[in-house]
Design a protein around this ligand. Sequence first.
Ligand SMILES: NC(=O)c1ccc[n+]([C@@H]2O[C@H](COP(=O)([O-])OP(=O)(O)OC[C@H]3O[C@@H](n4cnc5c(N)ncnc54)[C@H](O)[C@@H]3O)[C@@H](O)[C@H]2O)c1
Length: 332
Amino acid sequence: MSPTRVLVTGGAGFIGSHLAERLLADGHEVVVIDDESTGRRENVPAGAEYIRGDVALASELAPAFERFGPIDAVCHVAGRASLIRSFSDPVGDLRTNTLGTLRVIGQCLRHRVGRLLYASSMTVYAGAESVGPSEDTSCAPISYYGVTKYAGERYVHATAARRDLEVPLNVTTFRMYSVYGPRQALDNPYQGVLGIFLGNLVRGEPMRIFGDGLQTRDFIYVADVVDAWARALANSVTYGQIYNLGSGRERTILDLAEQALAAMDQLSGGAGLASGRIVHELARPGEQRRVEARIDKLRAALGWEPATAFERGLAQTIAWVQATQDPGVDES
Ligand SMILES: NC(=O)c1ccc[n+]([C@@H]2O[C@H](COP(=O)([O-])OP(=O)(O)OC[C@H]3O[C@@H](n4cnc5c(N)ncnc54)[C@H](O)[C@@H]3O)[C@@H](O)[C@H]2O)c1
């Protein structure tokens, strides 16, 4: 496929920076916009064009569509990814996740961009047990975060259904589960449980588990996530479709903590990083008990597989953690 210019919103963040890297490796030109609220400039790969800007402001978003030449496709990854912060700052969550998405759609229409991929979340399903919902399960998110991600999703697909557009917008949504890997935040207590645990271990703090730790989540390695996005980009089979994007396997939070502790111990080679331990605190009300993705639709559409075994993904994440703790080591 000939190189396409792809705009990655949120490309200074965890998932967006991996996606930008992968698209560059596939021969695409990449433009990144990010407001650096949780992302970092140094995460943006060297080959990408970069604009610092807020996707919720049309005046800051428009240059990303104009400055470097026509955009052929947009991967809209920018978002506030914290369920907890969605309750403490619901207006900020709404602004970035829903208004930001509407702004991105607006610029796509204005600049006749025909392709948009959207980062949604498994939180759109909700419910106390969320084992294996298919994509056509009705959505009733209970977190404010889930509400704003779902609203964004509906705007994206409602735009795709419009018949009054000169250039139709071909859209694809990924409902991602718990993504982990290098560059996930270690210092953000509101985002990504593995990053929180690894940050605890690095700082010698205890890992806090709410309840018995037997609640499960579906952890998917970031390289497998961006592999699905990259495969879908130019594949018309995915137009108009929504896909669950997880590993298809549930894992308990207790197991995650124990594996992180053991792997950190082993890989630190006695450097004393894994000085933390596990403590249990009161269970949080409303927390989902079991979460596991059903991924047969994505497998069938793209021949995609979650290829990274958890142990390998964890080892790669910890190797990155160690490199970032040692300023003498190049993390690349
Ligand atoms: N990490 C996960 O497990 C997960 C799961 C499901 C969905 N998601 C979604 O994937 C996306 C990326 O999440 P992530 O884990 O990489 O988080 P992240 O915080 O590392 O990345 C989000 C990026 O968006 C940027 N951003 C935030 N608000 C912005 C704004 N108004 N304008 C421009 N840039 C803005 C941030 O600076 C950051 O670089 C989010 O939309 C999130 O809702 C993540």
